[in-house]
Design a protein. Structure first.
Length: 455
């Protein structure tokens, strides 16, 4: 519930009171005037600093505190922590979106009134001017509300991405050897770059999950006033496509996981090749290594091709069907004995256009949320992975149970010992995908193929 206003050219946090200058972005006029000066080129010094609440360090501390509290309760959830930390910003953005969505239905009602006013030859000029002013004012208010909705969700996505990236980076530095070996460089790079980036736009689509069904209900309700029972045609079409959409969403989630796994394997191989590039050149292994990397790349591209194919199928279903909604709706209305007139047709067409919006955006929102969920699960699993504990040698000797410790200093009671091991057990590091039973078998039987580790 905070915003930024210009105070001597520097943004300063304000209490939760929105002024007209904030809603209309008047504070951007300062830099716009500088850019419009003849012969003036904008430099980095002309750009305003990022507000304190949007800085990565501040966002990290806020999210990390909530995450640590969640871990102490025994039921950690990264997604819930993000929402609880910045729920005020998310709520304000949702309110902007709600009002904007309601204003979408004003124009279709005004269209019917305006057409009726012209057809009947009404001489009340004041009523006509009022309709014209309302017809102009509504899109202006929608634009203002939409811009603020975008701003709040972009800021929220920026905070979540920066905070999660910082937490992942610091967690990677604290991973124990088995945990680091189970992930590999490719997976860690993907989590850092790809999975955290999904936060950027996920908050838009989270709002679409509740706003699009509401928009569909309001649109059908207004259509019912115009067309009667024929207005329920869009709902019948959506209900008939439920099982198709369920299959597509499930398949998209599976393919998204497969793409992430293939990308991890490709980056892992490429990273190992780059680390050993001198040896590759000395032994003239360029062709063999290139084929190895290309094989992993082709496997990844095959999974991406399948994912994009289902994206296209999903888009064809949910963008092709709304295109024939006007024909189906008006056809049902006429078959039921209804009579069409210009005001009814233009108003209903505008409402049908609004009904098509949730039918297009809702499946897209589901796709994005599915990908975000996969990414958030990967980030959360990494944050819960085993890590090295910073302790002294004497404290390490008092540790009970399995632990991976990094001794930082020696104490007087250690009697100069550099290393002391007592009641230790050793096991092979296993990959993330292997179960706990496989991990126990690996510790008893030795190393599996592909899991060799040196100590």
């Amino acid at each position: 519930l905070r915003t930024s206003a210009m105070v001597h050219g520097i943004p300063e946090p304000l209490p939760c009171i929105y002024r007209s200058s904030d809603l209309l972005f008047f504070y951007a006029n300062v830099i716009l005037r500088k850019g419009s000066e003849p012969g003036r080129r904008l430099t980095e010094a002309d750009v305003n600093d990022i507000p304190e609440e949007d800085r990565p360090k501040t966002a990290q501390h806020a999210l990390e505190g909530s995450w640590n509290t969640s871990c102490e309760t025994g039921n950690p959830s990264l997604a819930w922590c993000v929402l609880t930390v910045w729920w005020q910003t998310a709520l304000v953005g949702a309110l902007f979106h709600l009002v904007e969505m309601v204003l979408n239905f004003v124009s279709p009602v005004l269209i019917k009134s305006l057409v009726t006013f012209v057809d009947t030859g009404d001489t009340d000029i004041g009523y006509g001017i009022g309709l014209a002013v309302a017809f102009f004012t509504t899109p202006f208010l929608q634009s203002v509300l939409s811009s603020n909705f975008i701003l709040h969700n972009r800021r929220l996505g920026f905070r979540a991405q920066c905070a999660s990236s910082c937490m992942v980076f610091e967690k990677v530095l604290r991973l124990s050897q088995p945990a680091a070996a189970s992930y590999g460089a490719g997976t860690l790079v993907n989590i850092m770059q790809v999975d955290t980036f999904r936060f950027q736009f996920c908050f838009f689509h989270l709002n679409f999950l509740w706003s699009m069904p509401l928009m569909l209900v309001l649109g059908v309700g207004l259509l019912y006033r115009n067309l009667g029972v024929a207005a329920f045609t869009p709902l019948v079409v959506m209900a008939s496509m439920y099982f198709v959409n369920k299959y597509l969403v499930r398949r998209l989630m599976d393919l998204s996981r497969m793409v992430n796994k293939s990308r991890d394997a490709r980056i892992k191989v490429l990273t190992e090749v780059l680390h050993a590039i001198r040896l590759v050149k000395m032994l003239a292994w360029e062709d063999q290594v290139s084929d190895l990397v290309m094989e992993k790349r082709l496997e990844e591209m095959d999974k991406i091709a399948h994912l994009k194919l289902f994206d296209v199928a999903n888009g064809l279903v949910w963008q092709g069907i709304p295109a024939i909604l006007p024909l189906l709706t008006f056809g049902v209305y006429v078959l039921m004995g209804g009579q069409l007139d210009p005001g009814l047709v233009f108003s209903s067409l505008a409402l049908l256009d609004l009904v098509r919006v949730p039918m297009n955006l809702f499946p897209q929102a589901l796709q994005v949320i599915v990908q975000v969920k996969v990414g958030v699960d990967r980030i959360q699993n990494l944050l819960l992975a085993e890590e090295i504990k910073q302790t002294s040698p004497d404290e390490a000797l008092q540790t009970t149970g399995p632990a991976y410790v990094h001794t930082t200093s020696s104490s007087s009671s250690s009697k100069g010992a550099a290393l002391r091991i007592r009641d230790a057990s050793f096991r092979w590091a296993v990959r993330e995908s292997e179960s706990s039973q496989e991990s126990a078998e690996a510790g008893q039987q030795g190393a599996r193929r592909g899991c060799l580790r040196a100590f």
